[in-house]
Design a protein around this ligand. Structure first.
Ligand code: PNS
Length: 159
């Protein structure tokens, strides 16, 4: 079975992430979305909340699974039986760091990274920007699923 991992922080999932996951799901037998547990960084949503939102948002795809991981991405890939990591590239500015990680990962383990160009509609989009938009009263409806936007509003505008 050809499996690929789509890793990230997903705090929270955006339509840009979903575009990459959906396209990857057409190319591989199974796609595993890997949510990084990063103990040195406090997110807006807990890992459980991020997973729950990702599961709801990817439920339309029969071959997408959502799991969390900590430590090295390559160890997670090995544990999942995945030989490929899929990364979305929004712009040239993403490329430098992504290339470094891809080269480190292939050196560590032989896990390949495939870069997928982001849909231009989402080339400026990031979870951080969406959080800022919602925090200051902007409309994030083009950028995240509706149920994610509602959770953002509840979390960020409760005071
Ligand atoms: O959504 P993000 O925060 O840009 O995702 C970054 C992520 C999770 C892909 C990256 O930080 C990662 O792979 N972390 C796992 C730790 C690891 O394997 N580090 C070495 C990579 S060369």
């Amino acid at each position: 079975m050809r499996r690929a991992v789509c890793p990230g922080s997903f705090d929270p999932v955006t339509n840009g992430h979903l575009d990459i996951v959906g396209r990857a799901s057409h190319l591989f037998d199974e796609v595993i979305v890997g949510v990084l547990i990063n103990n040195s960084k406090t997110g807006l949503f807990t890992i459980e909340e991020r997973i729950e939102m990702l599961r709801q948002a990817t439920a339309v795809y029969g071959n997408v699974r959502v799991e969390s991981f900590h430590g090295l991405l390559v160890d997670f890939c090995r544990a999942q039986g995945a030989a490929v990591v899929i990364k979305g590239l929004r712009a040239v500015s993403d490329f430098d760091y992504e290339l470094q990680m891809a080269q480190m990962n292939i050196g560590l383990s032989g896990v390949e990274t495939l870069f997928m160009p982001t849909n231009p509609t989402y080339s400026f989009l990031s979870s951080s920007l969406v959080k800022d938009v919602v925090k200051w009263g902007g409309d994030a409806s083009p950028y995240v699923p509706d149920f994610v936007r509602e959770r953002l509003v509840t979390r960020l505008r409760q005071n």
